[in-house]
Design a protein around this ligand. Structure first.
Ligand SMILES: Nc1ncnc2c1ncn2[C@@H]1O[C@H](COP(=O)(O)OP(=O)(O)OP(=O)(O)O)[C@@H](O)[C@H]1O
Length: 915
């Protein structure tokens, strides 16, 4: 083989071996790469698996978390909804029946009819429960991860009540065939509406033509109190008309364009002047066109005026403010406002709860509203006495049910007031409240009160100082209490006011003015307060056809007519229709009393057709400044002024501000026996050498000023005094008064006093007088002849005595000594006074006195003055010259005094007590 071939083979071999080596290297590399790739593949696969696992775990964890959060949210929402429902329907509006009780709220609430059936809400687990513990705790949080609230300790989820809005909101229509559930809804709604409002604030009227009210039978206890009324089967038409009428009236007069609804009015003023009127319409025949349109009107406009309908069995279209309740058993019930959520309706309230609640409401309504305090009528403390009475006196008397205060004025018009109210309806309280409101506004320089109460009792005595309270109302100048038998005191007041009227009229004439306002302007320094004279039970003064009532009516008429322009105002009050009737016969007089005030059930004080007082609630009054015309009625709720504490605090406040030197009012109490020592006339008496006209006081006159009745024993014929009657105590009291007052005017030995006692029963009294008059002589049956003889001589002497001699004889009719003694006494009576010898004797009968004077035909002019006790007027005619018999019906501790030298008619007096 050639070399070259060999070389070539060798080269090829070398080439091949090189190629083989390279291929092997490449193979190894490839194999390495394959291994590395495989390893990577395995790694990646493992990592992917691990990641998948992790993701699945994460997903599962998150799912658990989300589920827990959802459950929590749902449960929380249930809680929130339940709490919101609690707020919307607190107390009696939402409590379930087993623990229900009436709880009046200050504003209307939504009312529960059942409960909403919500999608299953999870049960929150208790702390410490198994693995769901954390989840459950988280479940009540509002967001995952936020702090969880305390878990609830009971495991029932809160119930969410199904609520409907009625009062101040709208109407409710109950639909569905399940009568039982529907009845339960209606009864429940009514009870809740009643139980959430103040008694009387919800009034129900029921129209139940099919069951004749049976559907509302449980509520019957409300009927007597006027809280529930039934309308008969044919009454729907009228009922709807009435309700529409209410809506119209409330719109016009209560809301009056100022508010759009009673609810708004209440929010703005906190007053609720009208009740809610809930009409329950339970089916019936098809509505007439008129009824339909009235019903539609009410559905549209009623709620704003507190007129609400609860309807069953009448077709009602949907509309704003109308809630529909589908009554059905189990979970098939619905309420429209809850959409598709099923509702489980509550059962009906138990009959005992219904009855008991209705009874309590009826009782509360019958008892009337809680009283308002007197303070509500007063200006703020410190701002009293700021008003001027120049043109009149004005004060609030209380709030009207509509809200604003009712102000009442006495002025030129209306000048006088007539108040009527049967006993116990608060007439006296009304007067107190009015006086309090006036007294707080006008100072005593602006206003003066004269008060007279003919009722038994001491109702006005609180204005005068008493044993318990020494203060007085500074405006009060006179208080007469227990004057029911002392009508003369009423007359005295009218006479006094008549005098004041003349004084004012004269002053007005002098200043050439015509009324008080002008007089005050012309005479700014004068004292011209308005005078308000209050006479409670004034009919007592006018009763009887005697001189007292005759004069009283004349005086009243004059005062009523002319008092208006002179600032003298009369307030006459009476509980008795006859009192008002006593005035009715005097139309001119009645016409002056244009301010009329009627308390509940007062009759005849308003105009004949005005029946407003018949339906007045307790503690209310109709105030009418136009003689009782219906249009002028204003109803007022009168505050309680009878409360002593409240009254005292006002009186003390005003009393501390009283003008300097202003003393207490004159208090005339007909039940109190006056004392001589308190008599201003007695206190003023002073001993003088020898008064020419000695005065014998006899008793207290029944008069506005405290005055003593007197007889003057001057040197003149007839100046003797006879006390006539069998009542020893009074007779002795009068003689003692006469003796003590006479003695008070003489110095020692200035006069001679002889005390003669011929009745052993009167001895103690006679001796007491003898002891009180130093130097007086004492005579009884034994020593008397000497005195008579001496005195008869004295009486016939031709010269007048140097000093007077007063012979006080107790039981002068028992004179011993027969005719001689009788003649001597007559001589003394007839001739003594001219020689300053006067007899003050007590005869135990008018006829006995006549005998002492010489028998039936004898003259009586030696008895110039007398005081009669239990002697009838007719027996006194011989001693009552030229005037027939005095009008006198004896009464305890009162006497009739007549002095022919000064009197036109006899006067009633009150003997001073023996003290
Ligand atoms: N507005 C009121 N608020 C609270 N209580 C009142 C009110 N008015 C009257 N009363 C109470 O009613 C009772 C009767 O009142 P008052 O004495 O004023 O009646 P009256 O009509 O004058 O009766 P009478 O003529 O029999 O005395 C009293 O106990 C009084 O406190």
């Amino acid at each position: 083989m050639p070399e070259s071939t060999k070389n070539r083979v060798m080269e090829i071999r070398a080439g091949l071996s090189h190629a083989l080596g390279a291929a092997q290297i490449a193979l190894h590399r490839a194999q390495d790469a394959a291994e590395a790739a495989e390893a990577r593949y395995r790694r990646v696969t493992a990592a992917a698996k691990a990641r998948k696992r992790k993701l699945a775990d994460a997903r599962d964890g998150r799912t658990v978390e989300i589920t827990a959060w959802h459950d929590g949210e749902l449960a929380a929402l249930v809680g929130v909804a339940a709490a919101a429902a609690d707020r919307a329907a607190p107390g009696a509006a939402g409590e379930p029946w087993h623990r229900w009780e009436a709880t009046p709220l200050d504003r209307p609430a939504e009312l529960r009819v059942g409960r909403l059936i919500l999608p299953e809400a999870p049960v929150p687990a208790r702390a410490g429960d198994d693995d769901s513990g954390d989840r459950a705790a988280g479940a009540w949080a509002s967001r995952p991860g936020e702090a969880a609230p305390e878990p609830r300790l009971d495991d029932t989820p809160p119930e969410v009540p199904a609520l409907v809005a009625l009062l101040d909101h709208g109407h409710i229509v109950v639909e569905g065939d399940d009568h039982r559930s529907a009845d339960a809804v209606v009864a429940g709604l009514l009870l809740r509406a009643l139980g959430t409002s103040v008694p009387g604030a919800v009034q129900i009227v029921g129209y139940d033509p099919e069951n004749l009210g049976g559907g509302l039978a449980g509520f019957a206890p409300l009927a007597p109190a006027g809280v529930l009324a039934f309308v008969g089967p044919g009454g729907l038409d009228k009922l709807l008309d009435d309700l529409v009428g209410h809506v119209r009236r409330i719109n016009e007069t209560v809301l009056a364009g100022e508010y759009s609804s009673l609810r708004e009015l209440h929010l703005a003023t906190r007053r609720r002047p009208e009740p809610w009127r809930v009409a329950v319409l339970l089916g019936g025949p098809e509505l007439s066109r008129h009824e339909r349109s009235q019903l539609d009107r009410l559905l549209r406009t009623g709620a704003a005026c507190g007129v609400h309908l609860v309807i069953r069995g009448l077709p009602v279209p949907t509309g704003p403010g109308i809630e529909f309740v589908l009554a059905a058993p189990g979970a098939d019930a619905r309420i429209q406002s809850a959409g598709a959520l099923p509702v489980q309706l509550d059962p009906a309230p138990g009959p005992s709860v219904v009855t008991a609640t209705c009874r309590r409401i009826a009782e509360a309504v019958a008892a009337g509203p809680a009283p308002v305090a007197l303070d509500s009528l007063l200006p703020e403390a410190g701002s009293e006495w700021r008003e001027s009475s120049a043109t009149g006196v004005t004060a609030p008397l209380g709030d009207s049910p509509q809200g604003p205060r009712v102000m009442v004025t006495l002025s030129d018009y209306p000048p006088h007031a007539l108040i009527a109210g049967p006993s116990g309806t608060g007439k006296t309280n009304f007067i107190y409240a009015w006086m309090g409101a006036l007294a707080a506004r006008y100072s005593p320089d602006e206003l003066a009160f004269y008060l007279l109460d003919f009722k038994e009792g001491v109702s006005f005595a609180r204005f005068a100082p008493g044993r318990r309270d020494p203060s007085w109302l500074p405006h009060v100048r006179l208080v007469g209490v227990n004057v029911n038998t002392d009508r003369e005191f009423g007359l005295a007041l009218l006479r006094f006011l008549g005098g004041e009227l003349r004084r004012r009229a004269d002053a007005a004439k002098q200043h050439e003015v015509t009324n008080l306002a002008e007089l005050r302007a012309e005479d700014p320094d004068g004292s011209w307060p308005r005078i308000v004279a209050v006479v409670d039970e004034f009919q007592v003064l006018l009763s009887g056809r005697d001189a007292v009532s005759g004069e009283a009516v004349d005086l009243l008429e004059d005062l009523a007519r002319r008092g208006r322009s002179q600032g003298i105002h009369l307030i006459l009050a009476s509980q008795d229709v006859s009192g008002i009737e006593a005035l009715w016969g005097r139309p001119a007089l009645v016409a002056q009393f244009s301010l009329r005030i009627a308390l509940p059930r007062a009759r005849r004080v308003l105009a004949e057709t005005n029946a407003a007082a018949d339906s007045l609630p307790r503690y209310h009054a109709v105030v009418n400044a136009d003689s009782g015309a219906v249009e002028a009625n204003r109803v007022v709720r009168v505050p309680a002024a009878g409360d002593r504490e409240q009254w005292s605090s006002l009186q003390h406040r005003l009393w501390r501000r009283r003008p300097d030197g202003q003393g207490p009012p004159r208090l005339f109490d007909g039940d109190v026996i006056p004392k001589l020592a308190d008599s201003p006339d007695f206190r003023e008496m002073q001993a003088t050498e020898s008064p020419a006209a000695p005065i014998a006081l006899l008793g207290e006159t029944i008069d506005v000023e405290s005055r003593s009745a007197r007889t003057v024993l001057r040197r003149a014929p007839g100046r003797n005094l006879a006390v006539i009657g069998t009542r020893m105590d009074e007779a002795c009291a009068i003689l003692a008064t006469a003796g003590r007052s006479l003695a008070a005017q003489f110095g020692p030995d200035g006069a001679r006093f002889s005390v003669v006692c011929l009745d052993p029963d009167a001895r103690a009294a006679a001796e007491a007088l003898h002891a009180r008059i130093p130097g007086s002589g004492w005579y009884d049956a034994e020593g008397l002849n000497w005195l008579l003889e001496d005195a008869a001589t004295e009486a016939t002497a031709s010269w007048p005595a140097d000093r007077p001699h007063f012979i006080l004889i107790y039981a002068a009719d028992a004179l011993p000594g027969g005719k001689a003694a009788g003649d001597q006494l007559r001589t003394i009576l007839q001739q003594g006074p001219e020689r300053r010898l006067h007899v003050l004797g007590w005869w135990r009968g008018a006829a006995l006195l006549r005998e002492s004077l010489g028998g039936p035909a004898s003259r009586t002019d030696s008895i110039g003055a007398w005081v009669a006790l239990d002697v009838h007027g007719s027996e006194l005619s011989p001693y009552y010259p030229g005037q027939g018999a005095p009008n006198w019906y004896p009464r305890p501790w009162r006497a009739l005094h007549f002095d022919r030298s000064v009197h036109r008619g006899a006067e009633v007096i009150i003997p001073y007590g023996n003290a």
